[in-house]
Design a protein around this ligand. Sequence first.
Ligand code: 5GP
Length: 188
Amino acid sequence: MDSIVSSSWPGDIGPIFLTEEQIQRRVAELGAQISQDYAGQDLVVVGVLKGVLFFMADLLRAMAIPVAVDFLAIARYGPTDETHGVVRLTKDLNETVAGRHVLFVEDIIDTGLTTNFIMRALRLHEPLSLKACAFLNRTRRRLIDIDLAYVGFDIPDFYVVGYGLDYRERYRNLPYLVVFDPDQAAEG
Ligand code: 5GP
């Protein structure tokens, strides 16, 4: 069964960086830690679409406390999807978070520019506290200091897809994380 599933993916995806088991083990740890830290508090967990899709869903189910959930959406303006141009909010919060604790959840933090932009936008809503949680943290290309309360995995300087992360909107639905070389990617 496994071989049938994996053989249906094109040959341009690279070696596995994190298996489903490794991801789920770490997500369970993070969920337990967050549940402990926010026990008895009014917490709103905020994700930014779309890369955080699976991490957010798994992390929420690993939390043993009642939380509210909300999403932001952003658009990037740059010559390609992979360049980090100007970021604009295309969907703001539905929840009122003033006076409540907010945990911002990200898929991957690279230069830190996106997270910095979103944290600034969230602060305008005057939450009681604001912390950040990233599934993946790549510090090598960091341009701006980000205070991260929770990190899933530190990641070296290679591009990854799967578990919500895409290359030109593809591969998000891979249940694990693979190394991906955009230069080798098939067109289309
Ligand atoms: P930053 O603003 O921190 O430089 O960029 C963060 C965003 O860049 C992430 O939310 C993600 O959309 C994208 N990104 C950075 N590195 C990777 C990667 O290795 N794989 C994928 N799929 N997206 C990435």
